[in-house]
Design a protein around this ligand. Sequence first.
Ligand code: HEM
Length: 502
Amino acid sequence: MFYYLPTFITIVCFLYYYFTRTFDYWRSKNVKGPNPIPFFGNFIDVFFRRKHVGILYTELYKQYPNEKVVGLYRMMSPTLLVRDLDIVKQVLIKDFESFPDRGVNFSKERLGDNLFHADIGVMKVLRKHLTSAFTANKFKNNFLVLAGRADKFIDYIESITMKDSVIDTLPVFRKYGVDSIMMGAFGIDIDPYSDEDKLCDLMDKEFQTPSYCLEMELLFPGALSKLNLSLFSDKTVQFCREVIEAGKTLEAIEKADINRAMDIFMDLRREGTVSSGKKSEEDKELWMKITDDVLAGQVFIFYLAGYGNNALLSTYALYHLAENPDIQELLVKDIDEVLQKHNGKFSYDALKDMKYLQMVFEETLRMHPLTNSVSRNVGRDIKLDGTDFVIKKNTVLAISPYAIHHDEKNYPEPEQFRPERFAPENAKDRHPCAMISFGLGPRSCLGTRFAQLQFGICMVKFFSKYRVEWTKNTVKTISYTPMRLLLTPSESIYLRLVPRNS
Ligand code: HEM
């Protein structure tokens, strides 16, 4: 046994050296941060899924109130949490070209070319073409489609509340999220309300349970690409491919140019190879081959962003409106008065007139930004504004919407739900980067306006018929589960729906 001892000690020493060899990096640059531990860096709680990464960032943000940045280690890789809003502006907007992507790469055949994870070249080509699905004039069409879906949803609510007026809010609203994105973005008619439907729950689990490949990418950046592995499960990949197959069939039947995301996907497929165009003479034109795998990647991000965010956003909004009946009253008044002004007709223009509804939307996303972090990969060695050190290419920067939105310097009494914070007169003096639920700059969320429309329509239809109340089983404070990608409540949110005419 003693014979093996030196070998054993050598291996342990080697591993210790290997996994701690970078741990002096931030100290040498005078950047403060918590002590890392071998192998895990500062992310042990995230690695073992004891804590959501968004919450970890918030705790670290609070621990260093006087720092512009906090130095961390993702396993061994130095990474930086950005606290200062001027640096946030530099990274996301001012020097965007130096922070071009999110630095996570994985198998292109298995959803790796989705716009969210795409590198700068792919992003420039795809954004140029996909942006046209989200322009204002397309939304008048979208309005009608989504309003139809919301009507079906209200019928469903009526049927379930006949048996029990208390609902488990998230799974109920998930059905509208799935239905509205499947029809609104892909033109696919499903029935999430039938008893046989398993799609919502099955795909929800597949899409939102993080795979351990994420930790592998943290530990060995680039490994996923080399091994052709994906962050997402086989079922998720298969689902996204099937949506594209359904799109081809639809195209054959409809031959309509409605300009949903799916119509654009099919146009791109027909073209085969597409370019980023050139904004100026100096710009380099980039080209990309559009395959079914590229399109399946876009289905992934549109589906997840479309149903997942919407269901959570509606759940959180209803929770806080039930908690604050006076605020709920103001919202109902806003909806009723605008509808009256528009002769009782609910239209795209009427929705745009509902200013208090927009404030509820923003305040809900301030309190629950849904995204755990807005991250950027450093594209070239660069100095961050107001610091005196150079940050190296390929360092990942993390910005925490939750921490920034809950910092009382930006929002006094941040735990209070107050939509008035977003009235123009109250918002005008705030730092432009103090609200980042959709990110900012050239890589900000592509679906912001779709999300507003999807949420707004559902809320108007809902509050035209119902009010909400807490029950004795409603949780008093919301905590987030570390087992999901988006900031999801760890417990069910039970709410009582009361018909307005009762
Ligand atoms: C409440 C709803 C939503 C929230 C809170 C949200 C949030 C975000 C955030 C934080 C980002 C990253 C931004 C950045 O890094 O600067 C993002 C990116 C993105 N979102 Fe959304 N999103 C929502 C809805 C949607 C919808 C409905 C769609 C599409 C149908 C969508 C499509 C995308 C895409 C394609 C990107 C990647 C953009 C790029 O990297 O160029 N999102 N979203």
